[in-house]
Design a protein around this ligand. Structure first.
Ligand code: C2E
Ligand code: MG
Ligand code: MG
Length: 575
């Protein structure tokens, strides 16, 4: 009897334990966001637990209902899911198996583990069902960010390069061609400043979307940075030839883009085109070459397409090499100054000198300022070079004044980049003060490029300079868009008539008429005129006769070193 009671007690205790354990598991299942599928092979008992209804609409009662479950997931995932549910048929499972399926908007991850008995037969199995929609979305966003540009939706640079490599590899295998087009929006900075960043982004987005619409298996497009895009075309021909694509782009651009703020903006692009294998053999070289060729388009006046040409590349390589040399030239004392005297045409007395920079590079070769100044301007090195020119020539000029008591003018060429700097006027005044040179003995030569873009600001600066008594000369007059009408409003003292006019002044009748009337008008407006590049006696006589006040040219003197200027001052300046 005792034994029965004891067994009953034991059974009761065991039952209680089982109930508690069941409660514990059921609580765990209910409080987790997961669902569980459990199947016992021996009892054929099937259980679904946890948040099953959050995942699936079907109810499973026994193992024959499994196809109902399979049908709950989206069609493309069903076959794989069915295999996953019958995974044990392929033999013993030693690890947890995993499958990801989609059920409408939900991404579901399932993990299956199976228990086996001592002879390797399955005893029971459990499938854990987990919602990974948020995680998947985050992962997708991350991989989107890794491959795509968030603004335009096009491939980013890295991914584009990878895709271009695939084109290049295929072209190598198939003996085919790949075209690479770099597109840069013309004057984007100005447009962006004008319309604001947000609207500028809208423009980039719309342009990017349009480029995306051109893409297919053989055409890819990438967005490299703010306004730089790249297209690669595998086997360009017919409807996917570079010319056709370029025409489609131009046509679309001519329609303009209606932006967030309602305005319609028309843009143009400068395009550089290179081809594999002609221009380069690797994807990175192709892109670099295309960028260089695109810059050529910019120089040619925008809204232009330029094609690879070995010469363009060589010019560029030379320019980069020169730019690098320029960076060190200041420190290695490779620059020095020459001075070209200017003479009054009637008395032939010296009026002043123009300071002209000279550069002898490390190989002893002279490099013309006409060649290196534009490169120094492009790279910004003109600023330290210009500072050096100012200091060196004013220091030398001060020494001449001291030695000869000469009251002549020193003309200094100023690049547009220097002139536009806010501290430009201060810099000039500081150097003049340092060497105690009066402002009215200094003339700054500017070219029309200074006037372009920001006429009103330039005018204000000119007025300040002149208030201090510094003279201003307009150099190379007649070569740009020089218009007499705007001259009228400009506070300048001297016009330097460019050599191209002087060259033909004797032989060519129309040159004679133009130069004659130009000098007449300039004189009447009250400016001083200097004729540049006077090489012959006939030119000089003619210019003198028509009233040109000052002559500068090889006829009287080439640019000369400072010591030679001293010899000249010594004989010509009455102390
Ligand atoms: P520019 O300011 O118009 O200077 C006159 C140029 O004409 C000088 O060339 C001078 O040597 C040359 N020249 C003068 N008379 C004759 C002549 O009768 N026949 C011929 N064939 N040439 C004559 P250079 O020194 O080679 O300078 C070229 C240009 O480089 C200058 O033109 C100026 O724009 C720029 N440059 C020179 N030095 C400087 C500088 O220190 N700073 C800046 N920003 N530019 C400079
Ligand atoms: Mg000059
Ligand atoms: Mg000139």
């Amino acid at each position: 009897m005792d034994e029965i009671r004891y067994k009953l007690e034991l059974l009761k205790a065991m039952n209680q334990k089982i109930t508690e354990t069941e409660r514990m598991y059921s609580m765990i299942c209910e409080t987790s966001n997961n669902a569980f599928f459990y199947y016992n092979y021996q009892t054929k008992q099937l259980n679904i637990l946890g948040k099953w209804n959050d995942f699936f609409e079907c109810e499973l009662k026994d193992i024959r209902d499994l196809p109902k479950w399979v049908n709950c997931v989206d069609e493309p995932y069903r076959a794989g899911f069915s295999d996953f549910l019958n995974i044990e048929k392929d033999g013993k499972l030693d690890e947890i198996m995993q499958a990801t399926v989609r059920n409408g908007k939900k991404w579901i991850e399932m993990q299956c583990s199976i228990n086996y008995n001592s002879v390797g037969r399955p005893t029971d199995k459990v499938v854990r069902i987990k919602d990974i929609t948020t995680l998947k979305k985050k992962n997708d966003e991350l991989s989107f960010m890794a491959f795509y540009d968030a603004l335009s939706g096009l491939f980013n640079r890295n991914y584009f390069v990878k895709k271009l490599k695939e084109f290049v590899d295929k072209a190598e295998r198939c003996n085919s061609v790949v075209s690479v087009m770099i597109l840069d929006i013309d004057d984007f900075r100005k447009i962006n400043d004008g319309i604001g960043l947000l609207v500028g982004d809208d423009l980039i987005q719309q342009f990017g979307q349009f480029l995306k619409s051109l893409c297919n298996d053989n055409i890819i497009a990438g967005h490299f940075n703010s306004d730089l895009f790249c297209i690669a075309i595998y086997d360009p021909c017919g409807s996917r030839s570079v010319e056709t694509i370029h025409n489609i782009i131009r046509e679309r651009l001519s329609e303009g883009f209606t932006l967030l703020d309602g305005q319609n903006i028309k843009i143009t692009v400068s395009v550089g085109v290179v081809e594999y294998p002609e221009a380069a053999s690797t994807e990175l070289e192709l892109i670099n070459c295309a960028e260089i060729v695109m810059f050529k388009s910019k120089h040619r006046g925008k809204d232009t397409i330029s094609y690879y040409d070995a010469r363009i590349l060589n010019d560029f390589i030379e320019t980069v090499a020169l730019e690098n040399k320029l960076k060190t030239a200041l420190f290695s004392n490779s620059f020095f100054m020459y001075y070209q005297p200017q003479f009054y045409s009637d008395s032939r007395r010296i009026r002043g000198v123009e300071a002209l920079i000279r550069w002898r590079d490390n190989d002893g070769r002279m490099i013309s300022p006409a060649h290196f100044i534009p490169i120094a301007e492009q790279s910004g090195i003109i600023i330290p070079i210009g500072d050096w020119v100012m200091e060196e020539s004013i220091r030398t000029f001060a020494a001449w004044r001291e030695k000869f008591g000469c009251d002549i003018i020193l003309s200094i060429n100023i690049s547009a980049i220097q002139y536009k700097k806010d501290d430009f006027v201060d810099k000039v005044l500081t150097v003049l003060k340092k060497y105690d040179v009066p402002c009215n003995n200094i003339e700054l030569e500017i070219t029309e490029s200074v006037l372009i873009d920001d006429f009103e600001n330039v005018k204000v600066k000119l007025l300040i300079l002149r208030e201090y008594g510094i003279r201003v000369a307009l150099d190379d007059f007649g070569t740009g868009f020089s218009s007499m009408s705007y001259l009228n409003g400009l506070p300048i003292d001297t016009l330097k008539i460019d050599k191209t006019f002087i060259d033909n002044v004797v032989d060519d009748e129309s040159s004679k008429i133009i130069t004659g009337s130009m000098i007449d008008m300039v004189n009447r407006l009250g400016y001083e005129t200097i004729a540049e590049g006077v090489e012959t006696e006939e030119q000089y006589q003619y210019l003198k006769d028509i009233g040109c006040e000052v002559i500068q040219g090889f006829l009287f003197s080439k640019p000369i070193p400072g010591e030679k200027v001293e010899e000249l001052l010594d004989v010509s300046w009455e102390k």
